[in-house]
Design a protein around this ligand. Structure first.
Ligand code: PMP
Length: 355
């Protein structure tokens, strides 16, 4: 049976978007392809409130974690870790031999500008990594406020932002906030199938990359930029996904960006109220995510059984991630899900569990 996905990626993809992928294939060095990329680029800039280039890679978001670290660090990186996905930054830094320190908080907590300030003051860092939305715990970090602090006190520190489960679901004012790289995967708030990574890159990040000879090949911003100026990519792009993205960006802009952010908050508020009433919220109230809510399983029900029952009714939620499995569960409210979808889902859970 078809299940509507309320998991934090891949998210529910509308029929129209699935259909947009089936447009006839074109050569990627053709004028038709350049016209497609030229149509998409300004819409991506609008989405991110930026004048900077926004690149599209045939990759998932993890590729940009590696690419942005390799092209960013000359001295030392400070990696903020608040869950399994932010920890990936650290693993990638180690795997690439990048000098790195980690700043940890307990699961369910996030970072404040003061915490980042104290940690950055301790060594000669030139990169800070942030995870906008820690999908494992349902924590949203105050990226705007942290970036303001960094831009004021640490002008040479590049701010690399994993916005994988936030971009297109929460406002990111790339230029005004002063961040240097922000990237996402297509299968989260963009509500597309997986396989495309989207990344905005600042002037500071381009300048840093110029000074790093061994910055890697596939994600190299400088070769990307050369091609981007001709509405091309150095390697073969994910053309079908870009067709779908083009259609989706039209729909996002037709909805209106402010309306889109507000819809995500409205859905989040519904899940939070329900979660507080029947269970408990896992994340610290100061850091609740607008795109996914992690609920503590205070009733000690079997989440696997609950999900099996939901499956019969055409929905799927997510078990807790890693060590949080069965102790928590996650309901995503991102992408093209609606307030009515969320109300329906919560009603089904109430019915199954007799809440
Ligand atoms: N960062 C975050 C915050 C994520 O949620 C995920 C995926 N769940 C990733 C990184 C990895 O993204 P991908 O699997 O698309 O590479």
């Amino acid at each position: 049976m078809y299940k509507k996905l309320f998991i934090p990626g891949p998210t529910h993809v509308r029929e129209e978007i699935l259909g947009a992928q089936t447009a006839p294939m074109i050569g990627h060095r053709s004028k038709d392809y350049s016209a497609l990329q030229a149509a998409v680029s300004p819409k991506l800039k609008q989405l991110l409130y930026t004048e900077q280039p926004v690149f599209m890679y045939a990759s998932s978001g993890t590729g940009l974690m590696e690419g942005s670290l390799r092209q960013g660090v000359q001295k030392r990186a400070l990696v903020t870790v608040c869950g399994a996905f932010s920890e990936r930054w650290y693993e990638i830094a180690v795997a690439n031999g990048v000098p790195t320190d980690r700043l940890d908080v307990d699961l369910g907590k996030g970072f404040t500008p003061e915490m980042v300030d104290e940690a950055l003051s301790k060594a000669d860092y030139d990169v800070l990594t942030l995870t906008f939305n820690e999908t494992a715990t349902g924590v949203m970090n105050p990226v705007k406020e942290i970036a303001a602090l960094v831009r004021q006190k640490y002008p040479d520190v590049l701010i690399l932002v994993d916005a994988v489960s936030a971009m297109a679901g929460a406002k990111i004012e790339f230029d005004a906030w002063g961040i240097d790289v922000a990237f996402a995967s297509s299968q989260k708030c963009f509500a597309l199938p997986p396989g495309l990574a989207i990344a905005a890159v600042s002037e500071r990040a381009f300048k840093r990359a110029e000074q790093i000879p061994n910055r890697g090949y596939y994600f190299d911003y400088l070769t990307m930029l050369k091609s981007y100026k001709k509405d091309q990519t150095p390697a073969t792009p994910a053309i079908s996904l870009i067709y779908a993205l083009n259609r989706q960006l039209d729909d996002i802009l037709a909805e209106g960006l402010e309306n889109r952010w507000a819809r995500h908050i409205e859905m989040a508020n519904l899940v939070r109220e329900w979660g507080r009433k029947h269970w408990a919220l896992f994340a610290d109230e100061r850091f609740l995510s607008n795109t996914v809510t992690t609920v503590t399983n205070t009733r000690e029900v079997s989440i696997a059984d609950l999900n099996a029952e939901l499956g019969k009714r055409g929905a799927q939620i997510s078990n807790g991630y890693g060590t949080l499995k069965e102790k928590t569960f996650r309901i995503a409210h991102m992408g093209d899900l609606t307030v009515a979808d969320i109300k329906w889902l919560l009603g089904e859970i109430d019915d199954i569990l007799g809440l």
